[in-house]
Design a binder for this molecule. Sequence first.
Ligand SMILES: [Zn+2]
Length: 280
Amino acid sequence: MTRTTLPAPGPLVRARAYLGRAAAIGVAMARFAKLGRKDGVDNGVRAFRALGREIGGALRGRGGDRDCTLCGWSGERFGPIYYVDSYREDTLCYACGSTDRVRLLPLFCRDTLAPFFGEKRRRVLDIGPLSNSRRFFPDDVDYVSFDLYAPHAMVRGDLVAAPFADATFDLWVCFHVLDLIEDDDRAMRELYRILAPGGVGLLDNAMNWNAPTEEYGRARPEEAMHRRRYGHDLPDRLRKIGFEVEIVDVERTFDEATRARYGIHPRKFLVCKKPSAGAA
Ligand SMILES: [Zn+2]
């Protein structure tokens, strides 16, 4: 395993993280109250209680069996993540704000994809990067981060007209970006174009695997500005563009102990391969 052990955040970093979390919960509650969503406000109260338990445990010096793959935080449980009508415990890293879908990426890239990265030096495009997402990938890659707005992105631009030549990258990561883009078909074609033959794309969105894609017709503020909820037709849409699509089930990919330790919940994401040149 190539993952390096990260130093755990010190007490000051922890205190600042917990304060920041409390402020974020307060802001979200105010927003939900303004939207008239009592369910959202109630979820905020539950989140405050979970934060209180976490701080209490930390003050008593109680260790934990949860570890963040990104920042080295450890504790009893990850924090909850919630929207107006959903609440999921043990998901959000109090220190770096990563969620389970983000924490699984370093595991997947550094372990599951170790042979891919071991073959040669890879060119990686990180679309919609977090400030610390360089850590997803092995050290010896050529890394480019790309976003429409994020100040920490190395290249700023729009995915529907990606400012990269054809076949520039061996791997891209596109987590929770497509559902924000109006012309997602064009974005998918760009994702195909900029990937080298034999290259791999890791794609994730909020999914409802039991229904076809639901188009909202607008960006929904109450759903983090998502324009749609993708459904079971997404893999076939990508196949039509030319990708070979594999659905990765994290419950099969990571054992139970690993999932518990890193707070990874059951989910599926897509591995989109561009066929090698000359492949039938
Ligand atoms: Zn973290």
